[in-house]
Design a protein around this ligand. Structure first.
Ligand code: DGY
Length: 326
């Protein structure tokens, strides 16, 4: 009997909704499985779904580890809808020749905006004010009602002057702030001048800054980068903002420090064990909490989805992806 060759379609697993018609765009080029239905165990679903997959388009909540890669013998490309790649075992992907891509740049401005929103909200007690008004506690103007911290003209300390750190720094010029930063690697002094920022040692930054905004990628080296010792260096009036990854800050140490009144307040978009949040932080009125929405504008999420799809299709079609993780 004559054998008939059957062309095997390229199969892609998608683990989340892709704004802006991303899933439909993928489906025009490859066979798409997913996203998983609400309420199903994502991990169990994913381990089964990747068995025949050539590509995976995942979210930052999906662990791409050896167990998953072992379950996916055909996998050639992983595209994550995030800049951060701390949920992906890059070494294991490299060993298997799997291309990994991410979605940087397009979320820079939205994330910088949210860092500023948290800074202003924490300094000016916006959330406390909102709760007070809703609870019927606003009984008229008073000279001592919800006194907060001035932002204009103060010192902003940026920990990690990458793309987002720089975007946060640029916004500070409108507030006539003194901007100091710490970065692991040297930044071109001309760029410092252009941005109007000065490099200092980390301890000096923590001691001098009225606002400390953290913009570090999460790696083994940055785990609890802001810990008990670093928090103790911050001023009693200072505000800590974290829009990077939760575990860059020691959450239990931060709760202790805030309970003790130093630093004065915090604005947190990310948490060490998401979606769980250290329960003591939930009880502290001087902490503003948002649910990891740094990049959550319609425009940015659509751009991220577009880039994630472009990346995956390029990798699967043997072209150079626009944003490969080296
Ligand atoms: C990222 O892309 O890593 C962000 O945390 C998601 O907004």
């Amino acid at each position: 009997m004559q054998e008939v060759a059957v062309a095997v379609a390229t199969r892609v697993v998608v683990t989340g909704f892709l704004p802006g018609g991303g899933t439909e765009r993928l489906a025009r080029e490859v066979e798409v499985l997913g996203p998983p239905a609400e309420g199903v165990d994502r991990r169990v679903w994913l381990l089964e779904a990747v068995r025949e997959a050539d590509g995976l388009l995942c979210l930052l909540v999906d662990r791409v580890d050896r167990e998953l890669l072992d379950a996916a013998p055909r996998l050639r490309a992983v595209s994550t809808l995030s800049t951060g790649v701390d949920h992906i075992d890059l070494a294991a992907c490299r060993e298997r020749g799997i291309v990994v891509t991410h979605s940087p740049d397009v979320l820079t401005e939205a994330t910088a905006d949210l860092a500023w929103a948290l800074m202003l909200a924490a300094a000016r007690r916006v959330v406390e004010g909102d709760r007070l008004v809703r609870a019927g506690g606003f009984h008229g103007w008073r000279p001592d009602l919800l006194l907060g911290a001035e932002v204009y003209g103060r010192t902003l300390g940026i920990v990690g002057l990458g793309r987002i750190g720089k975007a946060v720094a640029k916004r500070a010029s409108g507030f006539d702030m003194n901007v100091i930063y710490w970065n692991r690697t040297e930044i071109n002094p001309m760029e410092d001048e252009w941005l109007g920022v000065s490099r200092v040692e980390l301890d000096e930054l923590l001691a001098k800054a009225d606002f400390v905004s953290v913009h570090l990628a999460y790696t083994a080296e940055t785990h609890h980068f802001i810990g008990r010792r670093e928090l103790a260096l911050m001023g009693a009036h200072a505000v800590l903002v974290n829009t990077s990854r939760g575990a860059v800050v020691d959450e239990a140490a931060l709760a202790d420090a805030l309970e003790a009144g130093r630093p004065a307040a915090a604005g947190l978009d990310v948490f060490e064990r998401e979606p769980a949040v250290e329960p003591r932080l939930l009880r502290l009125p001087q902490v503003v909490l948002t649910p990891h929405i740094g990049s959550a504008t319609r425009q940015t999420r659509e751009a991220m989805a577009r880039l994630a799809v472009d990346n995956l299709l390029a990798a699967l079609q043997g072209r150079r992806p626009p944003a490969a993780v080296e």
